[in-house]
Ligand binder design. Structure first.
Ligand SMILES: [Mg+2]
Length: 227
């Protein structure tokens, strides 16, 4: 096992202790459609269709939704246990740390600045000139093709794929496992994530402490003692 030069983390359920940053807004408005979620998980609808439909459901409850109200939905969300320690220990070794999330940009950008990561990408919203939510979402990270962003990370920084490790909690995150790179399944909750990780034969680290990925990342090494 070679050098680790970059780690790409999923956000929801990996760095942030929230299953889905989309679901957080649904619970605020009392919305959410299990049929659409499973259609999306079965790749029957696109990211754009899924986002547009989420927004439509919220606007049915409340026609005008301000960015500030959306941001406040996340006030109770915590970082995953050990997330801060892992990111700073990686950066201390000169490892490049990024977040690649199909979650909500409002939330992911807050996590990114809290953890001071090197770069991040996520999906999200557009607003009118007064900050009110528009009908269409913005898709930058296709949930089933997060590998595009990993390829970009490799290309821009001149990494070898073998030096890049992705960490995710869902079957969609396996799209980050680009040829030649490594992947660690962390904290899988859905049964389909367990079975997808097993069939992909990737190492799986149960949650909730992110520090537990360390020995898998660095060939059996223990998490560094705090200095
Ligand atoms: Mg996730």
């Amino acid at each position: 096992m070679g050098t680790v030069r970059a780690v790409a983390f999923d956000c929801d359920g990996v760095l942030a202790d929230a299953g889905s940053s989309w679901a957080v807004i649904h619970s605020h408005f009392g919305t959410g459609d299990a049929t659409l979620l499973s259609a999306f998980l079965n790749k029957e609808i696109t990211d754009e269709e899924f986002m547009r439909d989420d927004i439509r459901q919220w606007k049915e409850v409340q026609p005008k939704i301000h960015r500030d109200e959306l941001f406040k939905c996340y006030s109770g969300v915590q970082l995953m246990e050990g997330a801060r320690d892992v990111v700073s220990a990686l950066q201390e070794r000169g490892v490049h740390v990024v977040i690649i999330s199909a979650g909500v940009d409002l939330f992911v950008s807050a996590i990114a600045s809290m953890l001071n990561v090197d770069d991040w990408a996520a999906n999200g919203f557009s607003y009118d000139s007064e900050g009110y939510l528009m009908d269409d979402g913005v898709c930058r990270v296709p949930a089933w093709n997060k590998g595009e962003m990993v390829e970009k990370l490799i290309r821009i920084n001149g990494f070898d794929p073998s030096e890049v490790v992705s960490v995710g909690d869902s079957s969609m995150d396996l799209s980050m496992y680009v040829p030649g790179s490594r992947f660690i399944g962390f904290n899988p909750t859905r049964e389909e994530a367990h079975s997808a990780f097993n069939s992909a034969e990737v190492p799986v680290v149960p949650g909730p402490d992110l520090r537990d990925i360390w020995s898998t990342l660095f060939n059996g090494e223990e998490f560094p003692e705090e200095s």
